[in-house]
Design a protein around this ligand. Structure first.
Ligand SMILES: Cc1cc2nc3c(=O)[nH]c(=O)nc-3n(C[C@H](O)[C@H](O)[C@H](O)COP(=O)(O)OP(=O)(O)OC[C@H]3O[C@@H](n4cnc5c(N)ncnc54)[C@H](O)[C@@H]3O)c2cc1C
Length: 435
């Protein structure tokens, strides 16, 4: 069999690539449904995404396209997110909302911020090489100690000093002096929402998976499900599917995790193999929890947990944001833990339950109706000191072979759903422009 373009993976990047190509492609997906990480599942009358999946759209083309895909409109939700530490809940982001924490902690955070400000100004003209430098220069030692370092160490599974700072500007909000001061005092009713995701969009029905499903049904050539890319002979430009069928391609678009793609290549160059071995990633093991009894009206949509004595780094409640995700008079949580990829999750169900009781999601004797554990094997790409060089070595070589590795894990970066869609579209444009 021959296909001008073979697209592996019908997550958002693969679907967007197929949409833009319009024809002359074969889109394959190993799962029995499309969407990748942007899928939704029904469990006992509850609806869950793969943890929280909220849309925040910035690109005009994607905004228009999403409107076409979801003509019924979307729910528009103002973010309600919190941090739990020192047995207190404060508003997100921590760096601009310390009021309510023990006084000594607030003082350390505020004094540390102003000391950093004196030394580095607004930090925008100083070079932050590592994520830790970024934190210390933009927020100071107190905020680093009480939130940024412990939380990020838990999420990424490595200390911020092991990570580069390049990605931080967009995703980590830097507060202004006024924000830090105001946030350290009793609320004056004048809350300024900081960060890139202050307003969130979400399908009116069916969870985030509705977006992926609509993308798939709008394609001219439908994805072939339960079809796994199993081997790539790049010298003869032939790919094996399910270890049996062979497809010849002119261009191959892979949205598989970059090291997985390299593992499928028949005898790739030595430096490419070595580079792939240096790519690191954190896995996320999470529990979907269904509980009888409804949310409190002021429940956060999600909460961050920096302290090491609690097993989870974040707990979200879809039912606190949109009632349709849980049966009437019920509520749901997703509970996220992180661990280095290739190592087992160190937490069991009992530790999760104890944690949920400790922070008040469940009362002392309350039992959930069910808890369902899942793992996202490749969840958070770790941008460490090898990241740039290793990634470039692989992409540069793939580029010489008409192999495009795109999407959050294909490109190997920290990115959003919109980012994955944009990457799929850009890749298709490049293919269409290639003579
Ligand atoms: C925990 C978590 C929370 C997130 N929350 C948000 C959020 O709130 N908002 C936001 O904008 N973004 C969020 N994201 C990011 C977002 O999910 C991703 O950017 C996006 O979904 C990635 O899409 P993708 O197509 O690049 O990759 P994927 O979704 O991973 O798609 C790759 C596809 O390839 C398939 N595949 C794998 N191997 C093979 C094979 N050998 N053959 C064929 N098919 C194969 C997989 O089954 C999958 O369907 C979150 C990500 C995570 C991990």
């Amino acid at each position: 069999m021959e296909s001008p373009t073979l697209i592996a993976g019908a997550g958002l990047a693969g679907l967007a690539c197929a949409h833009q190509l319009k024809s002359d492609y074969l889109l394959i997906e190993k799962a029995d449904t499309v969407g990748g990480v942007a899928r939704s599942f029904e469990r006992n009358g509850f609806l869950f995404d793969c943890t929280g999946h909220w849309l925040h759209l910035r690109d005009p083309y994607i905004k228009e396209w999403v409107k076409e895909l979801l003509p019924e409109g979307m729910l528009e939700i103002s973010r309600r997110s919190e941090i739990y530490s020192h047995q207190v809940r404060t508003l997100y982001p921590f760096q601009a909302n310390t009021y309510g924490l023990p006084e000594a902690v607030v003082k350390e955070c505020v004094d540390g911020y102003f000391a950093a400000r004196e030394k580095y100004g607004d930090g925008k003209n100083t070079e932050a090489k590592t994520f830790e430098d970024f934190i210390l220069q933009r927020m100071g030692e107190g905020i680093a100690k009480h939130f940024m370092v412990p939380y990020n160490s838990k999420l990424w599974t490595v200390h911020p000093k092991e990570m580069l700072a390049k990605w931080c500007d967009r995703f980590v909000p830097t507060p202004e002096p006024d924000d830090v001061l105001r946030g350290s005092k009793p609320p004056d009713g004048n809350i300024k929402a900081l960060g890139y995701n202050t307003t969130l969009l979400y399908p009116k029905a069916g969870g985030i998976g509705t977006l992926s499903q609509r993308m798939a049904t709008s394609l001219n050539e439908k994805p072939r499900l339960q079809t796994t890319l199993t081997k790539i002979d790049w010298q003869t430009t032939k790919a094996s599917l399910n270890n049996q069928d062979e497809v010849g391609y002119q261009s191959l678009v892979s949205t598989l995790p970059l090291p997985v793609l390299v593992g499928l290549l028949n005898d790739p160059p030595e430096d490419v193999q070595q580079a792939a071995a240096r790519l690191r990633c954190a896995s996320v093991t999470y529990w979907d929890v269904g509980v009888a009894g409804e949310n409190n009206p002021e429940d956060a949509h999600w909460t961050y947990f920096p302290e090491a004595h609690l097993p989870f780094y974040r707990v979200g409640s879809a039912s606190a944001a949109f009632a349709y995700s849980a049966p009437e008079a019920h509520r749901s949580y997703y509970v996220e833990t992180s661990h280095p990829r290739g190592t087992p999750c160190p937490h069991d169900e009992e530790a999760i339950l104890n944690g949920l009781r400790q922070v008040g999601y469940l009362s002392a004797n309350e039992e959930p109706l069910f808890m369902q554990r899942s793992t996202i094997d490749y969840a958070y790409v770790i941008m460490d000191k090898h990241y740039g060089q290793a990634r470039a070595t692989i992409h540069d070589w793939l580029g010489t072979q008409n192999i495009y590795s795109v999407g959050r894990y294909g490109d190997w970066r920290y990115d959003s759903m919109e980012g994955a869609m944009l990457q799929g579209i850009d890749c298709a444009r490049k293919i269409l422009e290639t003579p």
